[in-house]
Write a protein that binds this ligand. Structure first.
Ligand SMILES: *Cc1c(COP(=O)(O)O)cnc(C)c1O
Length: 408
């Protein structure tokens, strides 16, 4: 570990954690002087790494030397991204996975055994819920769900088998914001570990570890990569808590190619300036939508009308680019016409990239679910989810204006 640290960044005079977000995202985790004196990191395309002789293998094993061995245990470019993201999150360590789901699954599989229980706040990414309910259950792990933000219900669902409390913040697509200190406090009180999927926040807007949360997970596919061109995921926390997750990842192999690591490293260079624009666009678009006569409800934590506005304002730097809204007096079909009329925002799932994306959750993620089930997940027929990219907010608003105009 210490050898890794010393090769890290040499702007130590600034003090790594006092450095600004962009300084960290540009420089942290990288060696100052690189291969061939290149300013950018090399993309090392190797599935295996050579040893000069037998003794060097023995040295590697016995001294836990920091070098490549075999691709499934990690490639050089991956370490750079892991250190960069750890610096941005103020975490001791990060473990990169091939997707956000692989990161969540990697953590669950390393931490949970038959008989254990986990408790979720119920507004969550539908695939996270699916993995726990449909698959972890096959291995004897029980998933309980309580209403998002109902801390008393979370507490009373805890028993001696409970191993993990899980939530997103902000949640998707309702953008509920957790009181992270309270959430971490419950975990501490009952000696149960806590996990926050902070994909929608990013370390620019909130750093859950600073509130006492044990694990942070991000889908790096979203804001961290930021260009809708890669999938990746990361788990962050202390080296001690992450050791078994890293070791299992080496067995299961949900790792990234060298090219993918480089794309993520490159995307991260502009992380802060992209986030500033996403935050600005989200806020402006939410305010525009709230004032529009054809919009009956807007869910955005930066609006005083949002249930969690107060805690969001106290704990977050900004609220991201995702805005959820409902079209007044529209059934699902009339709502889909608003989506179809969008000319700037592209119709697609995902969020956090430079391109604005628009979708109707009923169609994109909950098609085939019954009305009662959709209602229980809070997915209404007239709901639209807009993930603002980094285009100019005036253009996103103009596009929405024409998409919302009633047909003549
Ligand atoms: C997208 C997303 C995931 C899954 O990430 P992938 O990279 O698509 O596997 C998990 N949680 C949240 C909140 C997400 O938005």
């Amino acid at each position: 570990m210490s050898s890794k640290q010393s090769r890290e960044i040499s702007f130590d005079t600034v003090g790594q954690h006092e450095a600004g977000v962009s300084t960290l995202s540009v420089h942290a985790g990288e060696q100052r002087q690189k291969v061939a004196n290149s300013i950018t990191d090399p993309v090392v395309l190797a599935s295996t790494f050579t040893f000069t002789d037998t003794q060097s293998i023995i040295n590697f094993i016995e001294n836990d030397e920091d070098r490549g061995e075999y691709g499934r245990y990690g490639v050089p470019g991956e370490q750079v991204v892991e250190r960069k993201l750890a610096a941005l999150e103020n975490a001791e360590e990060g473990i990169l996975f091939s997707s956000g789901m692989a990161a969540l699954v990697g953590l669950f599989n390393a931490k949970l055994s038959s008989g254990d229980e986990i408790i979720f706040f119920d507004e969550c990414y539908h695939r996270s819920r699916e993995y726990c309910k449909k698959h972890l259950s096959r291995f004897g792990i029980v998933t309980r769900q309580v209403k998002t933000g109902d801390y008393a219900a979370m507490e009373s669902a805890i028993n001696s088998q409970t191993k993990l409390l899980v939530s997103e913040s902000p949640t998707n697509p309702h953008l509920s914001i957790l009181d992270l200190e309270r959430f971490a406090g419950i975990g501490e009180k009952y000696q149960v570990e806590t996990l926050i999927d902070a994909t929608l926040a990013t370390p620019f807007n909130v750093q859950p570890l600073n509130f006492g949360i044990d694990y942070v997970v991000h889908s790096a596919t979203k804001y961290l990569g930021g260009h809708n061109d890669l999938l990746a995921g990361i788990v962050l926390g202390t080296s001690e808590k992450l050791a078994d997750i890293r070791s299992l990842r080496g067995v299961t192999g949900a790792v990234n190619s060298a090219h993918n690591c480089y794309l993520l490293e490159r995307g991260l260079k502009t992380f802060e300036i992209r986030m500033q624009r996403h935050n600005e666009n989200g806020q402006r678009v939410a305010e525009f939508l709230e004032s529009h006569p054809r919009v009956s409800r807007v869910l955005y934590p930066g609006l005083p009308s949002h249930r969690d506005y107060q805690i969001a304002k106290e704990t977050m730097r900004g609220f991201g680019g995702l805005v959820t809204f409902e079209v007044a007096e529209a059934d699902w079909k009339a709502t889909s016409k608003v989506v179809d009329r969008a000319k700037l925002a592209r119709i697609a799932p995902s969020l956090g990239g430079v391109e604005s994306l628009i979708e109707q959750p009923l169609v994109m993620s909950y098609w085939g679910y019954g009305p009662e089930e959709r209602k229980s997940f809070g997915i209404s027929d007239n709901m639209i989810r807009l993930a603002c990219g980094i285009e100019n907010s005036s253009d996103i608003i103009k596009d929405l204006e024409q998409a919302l105009a009633t047909e003549s």
